[in-house]
Write a protein that binds this ligand. Structure first.
Ligand code: NDP
Length: 241
């Protein structure tokens, strides 16, 4: 029986590529999203992957939604915590709301979703949790104190939980992408990309969503069972941690 994978934020950007790559590798995939119904419906029509709308920052609705996904598809054995947002501004202008929204989605979201599937993974003695952090959680980025803190938190979450899951056959790893060509990055003006961003990337180009997705497929595989607690930098050589 094919394993079931949940990709949070799996309808757009990097998550879109992850959902498709897992499906093409034989998983039964569920993709979640927050509010962009048009993108989710187009994704479902394009891929046949079922979509589920819930805010990963809300514990109660997440609990309900994960129960529904497991009822529809079966126990979740692979969880990709990919949903993430930015609310960028300099710290002296940052509001509590901007702080709370980013921590709520990017860090609390990992607790809220992983907590729902953890007991099942423990009892079945198999699980794969793959978190999508960011290069800016590793190195810090001005204008992103909230985002960098949340993404650094994702790395700590991974390292601690990996130790707890190890004897239960559960691996927990984190991927830190650099600049990836999603809508978010494509919205940056070309001259800013050319003058300020691309010169910092040794390979001289943005990453492609599928280059993150292939790493997820590998970490999800049975063969990756000895890799846990790892931080995988996928950033074109921009930063080594
Ligand atoms: P996008 O903005 O393209 O897509 C984000 C996805 O997450 C959407 O499906 C969105 O749903 C969903 N989402 C957002 N907030 C929530 C929430 N509260 N609950 C549930 N789902 C939510 O993002 P990217 O593909 O660019 O980024 C994906 C991940 O990769 C993020 O964690 C990001 O921080 C990280 N990352 C991205 C980089 C990049 O260069 N793009 C670089 C490094 C890290 P909806 O469509 O409904 O809005």
């Amino acid at each position: 029986m094919a394993r079931v994978a949940l990709v949070t934020g799996g309808t757009r950007g990097i998550g879109h590529a992850i959902s498709i790559a897992l499906k093409n590798s034989g998983y039964r995939v569920a993709a979640s999203y927050a509010g962009n119904d048009a993108a989710a419906q187009a994704f479902q029509a394009e891929t046949g992957i079922p979509v589920y709308k819930f805010d990963v920052g809300n514990y109660e609705t997440t609990e309900k939604a994960v129960k529904q996904i497991e009822k529809d598809l079966g126990p979740i054995e692979v969880l990709v915590n990919n949903a993430g947002i930015t609310r960028d501004t300099m710290f002296h202008k940052m509001t509590k709301q901007q702080w709370d929204e980013v921590i709520g989605t990017n860090l609390n979201g990992l607790f809220n979703v992983t907590r729902q599937v953890w007991e099942g993974m423990r009892s079945r003695k198999f699980g794969r949790v793959i978190n999508i952090s960011s290069i800016n959680g590793q190195k810090g980025q001005m204008g992103q104190v909230n985002y960098s803190a949340s993404k650094a938190g994702d790395i700590g979450f991974t390292k601690a939980l990996a130790q707890e899951g190890a004897r239960a056959g559960i691996t927990v790893n984190v991927i830190c992408p650099g600049y990836i060509a999603t809508e978010m990055v494509k919205a940056i003006p070309q001259d800013v990309l050319d003058k300020a961003i691309l010169p910092q990337i040794p390979v001289g180009r943005l990453g492609e969503p599928n280059e993150i997705a292939r790493a997820v497929v590998f970490l999800a595989s049975d063969e990756a069972g000895f890799i846990t607690g790892s931080t995988l930098s996928a950033n074109g050589g921009q930063y080594f941690a």
